[in-house]
Design a protein around this ligand. Structure first.
Ligand SMILES: [Zn+2]
Length: 141
């Protein structure tokens, strides 16, 4: 089983979408819960969101993505109340990855995004015995 033996604050982490299936949890419901009020009015339930075309800003490639990802990346993630000082750290880390389109992020990058704890503190949370919200080292996926 491949795994990252000694993850550090530069190790990349992402949300393992299969973790949600394995644990009987619904990632789309949790993404929907992270939407801002404006986007929730557009998509009252997770089932209302459909696939949309999205141009990858790096490659210019057009991909079909879930509209929930697009909302989170392009809108909700930029709202000042998406991650606040009152947001629990584990929720903030999950939301940071949602807003990043689940592109892997290191504890250092996550720290810059969530402005909480420290890169080491974030690493410890992510490597804690209990995997929170399916966030795992990218390399082991
Ligand atoms: Zn929004």
């Amino acid at each position: 089983m491949p795994s990252v033996l000694r993850p550090d604050t530069k190790t990349l982490f992402h949300i393992d979408v299969t973790w949600f299936e394995k644990h009987g949890r619904d990632l789309r419901a949790e993404m929907h819960a992270a939407l801002c009020d404006t986007c929730r009015a557009l998509y009252p339930t997770p089932a209302d969101a459909r696939l949309v075309d999205r141009v990858d800003p790096q490659t210019g490639e057009v991909k079909r993505v879930d509209a929930l990802w697009e909302c989170l990346m392009d809108h909700c993630g930029h709202q000042s109340n998406f991650i606040t000082p009152a947001t629990p750290l584990t929720t903030a880390l999950f939301r940071a990855l949602l807003a990043n389109g689940n592109q892997p992020m290191s504890p250092e990058q996550l720290h810059q995004r969530v402005r909480k704890s420290t890169p080491m503190g974030i690493l410890r949370v992510l490597m804690g015995a209990q995997i929170e919200n399916g966030i795992v080292p990218f390399e082991s996926a």
